[in-house]
Design a protein around this ligand. Structure first.
Ligand code: NYM
Length: 225
């Protein structure tokens, strides 16, 4: 019947400062939903596997210089090149757990000083998430985690964290402020300083609720309208 054909997967986005636990929690969410027999995929932006993604990756590793506006548009293009695939997956019933999305794009670029409305413009028309889970950790805590990770990973393959851009406290503070401006009704803020299992439990409840609503045929919508 009509109702069934409107059933779809959910677009669920994880946002937060660097090292707030998004990647770990997204893995846990995937296995949770798989355990309940949902069709689910793990996505992340930037998607470093495309041509655009490789330019972004080179930039983040400090191996190229780009104008702030230019890199902003590349991050956005990187989402646009996945938009139709994203829509097809959702309509075919697959739930996507996405590690960073347009909110990272706007939060990081506006923290560099770009106008926030200018930053939002190229994101307009991308699919709007059904749920944004914001892992909230104070920038000061983030920076001590980053310091620790740099020590531990100094010689490791990922090249440590310090090698990538955006690690400084002042900058992380600005990003946190920009995220606050972007909050709307689709956001749920989780205190990510709480124990991992507790954060996980809260995320599970929110995600299950969202997946059920989308299964019942909640229409897809677009940013930023
Ligand atoms: N980032 C990520 C942006 O500046 N704009 C964007 O649109 C996105 C998706 O890239 N510091 C920044 C945030 C991170 C960096 O992300 C790489 P990750 O999750 O560490 O791969």
């Amino acid at each position: 019947n009509n109702h069934k054909s409107d059933s779809r997967g959910a677009l669920i986005v994880l946002e937060g400062l660097d090292r707030s636990g998004k990647t770990l929690q997204s893995r846990k969410m995937i296995s949770y939903l798989e355990g309940l027999s949902y069709s689910v995929e793990s996505w992340r932006f930037p998607n470093r596997n495309t041509g655009v993604g490789q330019m972004i990756s080179t930039y983040l590793a400090n191996k190229s210089e780009l104008d702030d506006h230019a890199i902003h548009l590349l991050f956005s293009a990187n989402r646009w090149e996945k938009r139709s695939l994203m829509e097809n997956k959702l309509r075919s019933g697959t739930t996507l757990i996405v590690d960073r999305y347009s909110f990272s794009g706007v939060a990081f670029s506006s923290a560099k000083g770009l106008n926030i409305e200018w930053c939002k413009a190229p994101e307009m028309g991308l699919l709007a998430p059904d749920l944004v889970l914001y892992l909230d950790i104070p920038p000061e805590v983030i920076c001590s985690i980053i310091k620790f990770v740099v020590e531990v990973k100094k010689a490791a393959e990922r090249g440590g964290y310090g090698g990538e851009r955006y690690g400084q406290l002042e900058f992380q503070r600005k990003v946190a402020l920009s995220y606050q401006i972007l909050h709307d009704a689709s956001w749920k803020t989780i205190d990510a300083c709480l124990p991992i299992e507790y954060v996980e439990k809260q995320l599970q409840e929110a995600v299950l609720d969202c997946v059920t609503t989308c299964q019942k045929g909640k229409p897809l919508s677009q940013l930023w309208s």
